[in-house]
Design a protein around this ligand. Structure first.
Ligand SMILES: NC(=O)c1ccc[n+]([C@@H]2O[C@H](COP(=O)([O-])OP(=O)(O)OC[C@H]3O[C@@H](n4cnc5c(N)ncnc54)[C@H](O)[C@@H]3O)[C@@H](O)[C@H]2O)c1
Length: 371
C-alpha cells in the first residue's frame, strides 16, 4: 500500500462520471485502485453505454444525466464528454452544487471556459481540468531538474507532436476534426500544460496554421470507410512567450507521419533537457550538459509514481483548492490555444489576458491505493 495522498483518513470524494466513451476505460481502471475517489454513478447520452459501465461494478448506478446531476451521493462530476459538451455539462454540474473535473480541452471557446470558472467561484465549488499526465514522474522529474538548476537558466523550448490523424484508430473521431478538436485543442493541452508546469505561464503567442484536406476517412469500428468533414486546422505551429521571457516553439500536427525529435526539449544556459511525451505519466528525462559528451538519463525525482488518468481528480480530492490540475490552468491553456488560432488567422501577435500560476511541484509520491 502506498503513501496516502492526504493522510487525513477523510472519506473518498464520491464521483459521478458523465460520458462513457473510449477514454472512460482508463479512468475506470484508476478508480479500481485509488483510495481518494470512489465512483458511485455514471451517465451518458447513450444509456446503453452507461449501463455497460455500471454492469458488474458494485455500488455504481447507471443514471440519466439529469438524475446524476441531482443525486445527493455525487460530490463531484467527472466530465468525459466530447469537447463541445464540456462547458455545458460543467455549468449544469456547478449549478447543482457539484465540484467538476473535465477532460481536455477545458472548453471550446475561451469565453465559455471563463464562464465555467466564474460560475464555480460564485458557487464555491472546485474545478479541475485534465491533463493530469503532467503530474507523473516524466514531466515532474523535468520540472525538478529545472528547479535544481541542472540546465542553468532556461532560454527556449521546443514541443513537437505529429501524427497522421486519430481517425485511423478512434471509432467515432468526428470531434477531432470539429472546432474544439484539431491537433492543437486535442493534443496541445498535454504539451502546453507541460510547458507551463516546466517554465511558467504564457503572456503572448504568435501562430500559423493550415488545413490541407476537406475530409478524413474513419479507419476502425462500425463506421470504418465513412468520410467525415474537417472544419478545423490540422497543422498548427507558433511561439509562446512565457512571463519569464522563455520562448517555446510548438508544432502540433495531424498531417505528418513521424519525427525523430524529443516531444519536449528545454534549452538552458548550461544544458538541454529532453522531457518525455506529456501524454504519458512516465518516461525518461535526459540531460545533455554544456561541455558534456552525450545524453545522461536522470533518476525520477518528482511526480506521482505509476499514476494513471484520474490522479488529477484524486489530487483535487486530497488538496481541495490547492489542486494542481486546476480549472484555472485549463482555462489559461485554452486561452493560449485559441489565441494561437486567432494569431494564425489574423497574422498578429496576441496577448494572453488570463493569469495562471505555475502549479506547485509534485514531490516523488506513491499514490494512495485501496487496501
Ligand atoms: N480517446 C482518447 O484517447 C482520449 C484521451 C485523452 C482524453 N480524451 C478526451 O476525453 C473526452 C472524451 O473522449 P472519448 O474519446 O472518450 O470520446 P467518445 O466519443 O468515445 O466518448 C464520449 C462519450 O460522451 C457521451 N456524450 C457526449 N455528449 C454528451 C452529453 N452532452 N451528455 C452526456 N454524454 C455525452 C457520448 O455519448 C460518448 O459516449 C474528450 O474531451 C477527449 O479529448 C480522449
Amino acid at each position: 500500500m502506498g503513501l496516502a495522498l492526504n493522510g487525513t483518513g477523510r472519506p473518498p470524494l464520491r464521483i459521478g462520471m458523465i460520458g462513457c466513451g473510449v477514454i472512460a476505460a482508463q479512468y475506470l481502471a484508476t478508480f479500481d485502485v485509488l483510495a481518494d475517489v470512489e465512483l458511485v454513478a455514471v451517465a451518458d447520452l447513450d444509456p446503453a453505454r452507461a449501463a455497460a459501465v455500471a454492469d458488474g461494478r458494485e455500488g455504481v448506478r447507471a443514471l440519466a444525466v439529469e438524475e446524476l446531476l441531482a443525486d445527493d451521493q455525487v460530490d463531484a462530476v467527472l466530465n468525459l464528454t466530447i469537447p463541445a459538451a464540456h462547458a455545458e455539462i460543467d455549468l449544469r454540474a456547478i449549478a447543482a452544487g457539484k465540484h467538476v473535473y473535465s477532460e481536455k480541452p477545458f472548453a471550446v471557446t475561451t469565453e465559455e471556459g471563463r464562464a465555467v470558472l466564474e460560475a464555480a467561484e460564485r458557487a464555491g465549488v472546485q474545478v479541475g481540468s485534465a491533463p493530469d499526465t503532467v503530474l507523473g514522474t516524466g514531466t515532474q522529474t523535468g520540472r525538478a531538474a529545472i528547479d535544481d538548476g541542472v540546465i542553468g537558466t532556461p532560454v527556449a523550448a521546443m514541443a513537437t507532436m505529429v501524427t497522421p490523424g486519430h481517425e485511423r484508430w478512434h471509432p467515432q473521431p468526428d470531434y477531432y476534426y470539429a472546432p474544439g478538436g484539431g491537433p492543437l485543442l486535442d493534443m496541445g493541452p498535454y504539451y502546453i500544460h507541460a510547458l507551463v508546469t516546466l517554465l511558467g505561464p504564457v503572456r503572448a503567442v504568435i501562430g500559423a496554421s493550415s488545413r490541407q484536406r476537406p475530409e478524413r476517412t474513419i479507419g476502425s469500428g462500425p463506421r470504418a470507410g465513412e468520410a467525415i468533414p474537417v472544419s478545423t486546422d490540422t497543422h498548427v505551429t507558433g511561439v509562446l512567450v512565457h512571463d519569464s521571457g522563455v520562448l517555446s516553439t510548438l508544432v502540433m500536427s495531424f498531417d505528418a507521419v513521424a519525427t525523430t525529435i524529443h516531444p519536449i526539449e528545454i534549452h538552458g544556459t548550461d544544458g538541454t533537457l529532453a522531457v518525455p511525451d506529456p501524454n504519458r505519466f512516465d518516461g525518461d528525462v535526459s540531460v545533455h550538459r554544456l561541455g558534456g559528451d552525450g545524453w545522461e538519463v536522470l533518476p525520477a525525482s518528482g511526480g506521482y509514481v505509476a499514476a494513471s488518468r484520474g490522479i488529477g481528480l484524486a489530487d483535487m480530492a486530497a488538496r481541495g483548492e490547492r489542486l494542481r490540475a486546476s480549472g484555472e490552468l485549463g482555462q489559461h491553456v485554452l486561452e493560449v490555444m485559441n489565441a494561437m488560432l486567432t494569431s494564425a488567422h489574423d497574422g498578429h501577435r496576441v496577448a494572453i489576458d488570463s493569469s495562471s500560476r505555475r502549479p506547485e511541484a509534485v514531490p516523488l509520491t506513491e499514490v494512495a491505493v485501496r487496501a
